[in-house]
Design a protein around this ligand. Structure first.
Ligand code: 26V
Length: 789
């Protein structure tokens, strides 16, 4: 598709005039962004219709990706980059006196997810479009995404997020695609008569792949009342009660649950999960039957992937629809559902595994409760598992077991994690169903995370190996031949420096902290969780600060420690860590004796857009979770692509990153998964580690005496007590090894010629971590779908 400057210019003006009703001299930045978005969106329609037509005409099998979260971020620049309109858009908007990047940054960041799981779903959508995998993403159109974070007195304060206040130019409401969703009520004979109903109404966002070769649909459901209004009540003068049905329905898609660490048996959450799942499955069946196919053919045309257990009610719901609405025999329906369904596990943490009290499950979904019990007895009858591996146990419905038994494939998200899914999460089910658990190592889209977010480095890469690497990331290997070329190394270094300068400018403006681009930018960005060990990082930061003060004249590599991330609102231990980081930042940044040699910054409200600023500017990637606890990590892959070596443990996909990049280009430290398990069984393990570490003792002493909280010296006594006596995450045990690894980082960074080679090798060897590779692998091993491109 060829597009000239004049056509784009004319299209922007046309939308400004006729879609927005604005005259150019009076148009605001908002108007210009909207006009540009519509002009760009117009270019997606061709590939979108074309892809849909081809899928129908060729009777292609489709993937349906069911996820409670899609952490998509902004869409304008992503669409512009994928359509190859970068330079054109800049030029055209400059002609109107508008700065393209300024407009891009005016778009609200769609935060319909908590973290890794939701961002993975967004990367997968983009990769499915790029490799030509016919797909629908199904999710909820939350009115409010993940809360906004700010700091008051160093502590996290949450406020509601508001992405839909402005018109969203990327979505198309589809009021004609609406389904009734029932809850509660009773079973009469074999039929379920719900006591409450809402309507799920579709909103479609096109997802365009690289160079516009293919486009898929992200279909998000909004809840609407079945009856808008209780007219009788209104006429009787009860105006508030008259609006009740509406209020009740809208609560369902009102807000994203912000706690991704501890599962809580909240009825509204269960209702949201069923709302998404039932709407998606009704839509899938409608489309399947509209093609003239029969329900028996479902597995040949439909692959349904459950993103964690959140949509695991899909098993019983599909059986219900097939049995109750399409008169299929129960056992046939069960086998049909299993042949369609796949389940991806994203966590081993016991507190995050979903289990619903049977009384609640049975009240909200009485028919599904019956079906779950029949699945359970079918499973026992058919497979005679040696141990009782029930779905219902101790008056709870266990969604992991349900998802496993109702799927033909179960996958973990990194090599290590998938082994742990076999050996520690589902050992009995694994023995009963050998071969059902497979690995699918995560990936990230190089279009957003390299081509779009890091234009300077992208230019250097294209200069060295030519264009096209964006959709064939293994080609980055070609950079290896250039690493001994001084010109290439200088260009690589200059790109990184340009990103660091841009970040320093943003930090000065937004945080009021001056940082030097000469310093090593050491970045840890992710949700705040004890297992991710931001605490280990800040303790080592204190150690480093202490050493700098002890040896004021020694030459040291200047560092900037950058943190970003939100805590679940009710997670007290994580909130204490946030407070400590901010307290340490205040003391360190005000210490003239240390000056530029150490700064600590923690910009509030980390999100996808902030990640796009921070990651390209990072020198060092912090991936320091307690071994065995991080399922994969995907930030780790983004840093690697952008030329930041990792300091990390043998956990999640770090294992594969280490394998790809080589030990010389990775700062490995810490206990392994097995050692961690054994270490926890050692009596007084953390007290012993503290006693054995001079530096850790000093650090804890500084905190204990209130050096970072002079207004409240005992602020961290609880936190310190936990390090001494209940250090489940082995912060103390790994402290010295981490501190030593940081010393190796300093040493390597001190020689720019060593460092730039390490950085470039990280980029060159990151090809495996493209989500295109991951998607092709799901297509082959789980979905049985050939690529359309
Ligand atoms: C659990 C819950 C519990 C119920 C309330 C809402 C909620 C939301 C999310 C979760 C599970 C979070 C699991 C998760 O995000 N896992 C992350 O998945 C990434 C993608 O596979 C992976 O890279 C991270 O290592 C893993 O922590």
């Amino acid at each position: 598709m060829h597009l000239t400057k004049d056509t784009l210019r004319a299209d922007v003006l046309r939308h400004l005039t006729y879609t927005l009703g604005k005259d150019a001299p009076h148009a605001s930045a908002y108007d210009w962004r909207m006009a540009l978005s519509y002009a760009v969106r117009d270019r997606i329609m061709g590939p979108w219709f074309q892809s849909t037509r081809r899928t129908w005409a060729e009777g292609r099998k489709r993937v349906y990706y069911l996820s409670m979260e899609f952490l998509i971020g902004r869409l304008l620049q992503d669409a512009v980059v994928n359509l190859g309109l970068d330079d054109l858009a800049r030029e055209v908007m400059a002609g109107f006196g508008q700065d393209f990047m300024g407009l891009v940054e005016g778009e609200p960041d769609a935060a319909l997810g908590n973290g890794g799981l939701g961002r993975l779903a967004a990367c997968f959508m983009e990769s499915m479009a790029t490799v030509g995998c016919p797909a629908y993403g199904y999710g909820i159109r939350y009115e409010h995404g993940l809360f906004r974070q700010r700091f008051e007195g160093g502590q996290q304060v949450e406020s509601p997020e508001d992405w839909l206040t402005q018109t969203n130019p990327w979505e198309f409401p589809r009021p004609e695609s609406a389904y009734t969703i029932g809850f509660k009520g009773q079973i009469e004979g074999e039929r379920w008569v719900p006591g409450e109903t809402v309507v799920a109404s579709a909103h479609d966002t096109p997802v365009i792949g690289w160079q516009g070769g293919w486009a898929n649909t992200l279909r998000l459901w909004a809840a609407k009342p079945t009856t808008l209004f209780d007219l009788d009540r209104f006429n009787r003068g009860d105006h508030t009660a008259a609006a009740e049905p509406e209020a009740l329905a809208r609560t369902l898609s009102r807000v994203l649950y912000p706690d991704d660490t501890t599962y809580q048996g909240k009825e509204l959450r269960l209702k949201q999960e069923y709302f998404l799942t039932s709407a998606a499955l009704q839509d899938i069946l409608r489309r399947h039957l509209a093609a003239g196919l029969s329900v028996a053919d479902l597995p040949a045309h439909v692959a349904i992937q459950m993103n964690d257990t959140h949509p695991a009610i899909a098993g019983p719901e599909l059986i219900r629809l097939l049995v109750d609405e399409h008169a299929m025999a129960f056992d046939t329906a069960l086998e049909t559902a299993r042949a369609c369904l796949g389940y991806t596990n994203h966590t081993l943490l016991p507190e995050a595994l979903e289990k619903w009290p049977t009384y609640m499950f049975g009240t909200v979904l009485p028919r599904h409760m019956q079906i779950v019990e029949r699945i359970d007895s079918w499973h026992r009858r058919t497979f005679h598992p040696p141990h009782y591996v029930g779905i219902v146990k101790h008056h709870e419905v266990r969604m992991g077991e349900l998802a496993f038994i109702m799927s033909h494939k179960v996958n973990g998200v990194s090599a290590l994690h998938s082994e742990l899914v076999k050996t520690s999460l589902f050992p009995e089910l694994h023995r009963t169903h050998p071969g059902q658990i497979v690995n699918q190592t995560n990936g990230v889209t190089p279009r957003r995370w390299l081509a779009m977010a890091n234009r300077p480095l992208s230019g250097v890469i294209t200069q060295a190996i030519g264009p096209g690497w964006e959709a064939d990331l293994d080609r980055l290997k070609g950079l290896e031949n250039h690493i001994e070329d001084k010109g290439f190394r200088d260009a690589f270094q200059a790109a990184k420096r340009q990103n660091k300068q841009a970040l320093a400018g943003w930090i000065a403006a937004s945080q009021g902290v001056q940082i030097s681009p000469d310093a090593l930018f050491d970045v840890q960005v992710k949700r705040i969780h004890e297992y991710k060990r931001q605490l280990l990082n800040i303790l080592q930061t204190i150690a480093h600060w202490h050493r700098l003060r002890e040896t004021p004249h020694a030459s040291a590599v200047p560092r900037v420690k950058i943190f970003g991330g939100k805590s679940a609102p009710g997670y007290a231990a994580a909130k204490e860590i946030i407070h400590l980081i901010n307290d340490v930042a205040a003391v360190v940044n005000a210490d003239a004796q240390v000056g530029d040699r150490l700064k600590v910054v923690y910009p509030a409200n980390y999100n996808v857009s902030m990640a796009e600023r921070l990651i390209p500017a990072a020198d060092l990637s912090e991936q320091i979770s307690t071994a065995g606890m991080e399922a994969s990590g995907t930030g780790n892959m983004k840093f690697m692509m952008n030329g930041a070596p990792t300091i990390g443990t043998l956990d999640g996909a770090n294992v594969e990153i280490l394998q790809e990049v080589g030990a010389e280009n990775f700062f490995l430290f810490g206990l392994t998964t097995d050692e961690a398990i054994r270490r926890r069984e050692t009596p007084n393990q953390s007290a012993r580690a503290i006693e054995g570490s001079e530096m850790l003792k000093i650090v804890l002493q500084l905190i204990a005496e209130g050096r970072f909280s002079p207004d409240q010296p005992d602020r961290y006594h609880g936190l310190l007590h936990r390090i001494w006596h209940h250090d489940h995450f082995l912060v103390a045990a790994d402290f010295d090894a981490y501190d030593a690894a940081q010393a190796r980082v300093d040493q390597a960074y001190a020689d720019p010629e060593i460092w730039v080679r390490m950085a470039a090798r990280n980029t060159a060897r990151s090809g495996f971590f493209s989500s295109d590779r991951t998607i092709r692998s799901y297509m082959k091993d789980i979905w049985n779908i050939p690529p359309a491109l």
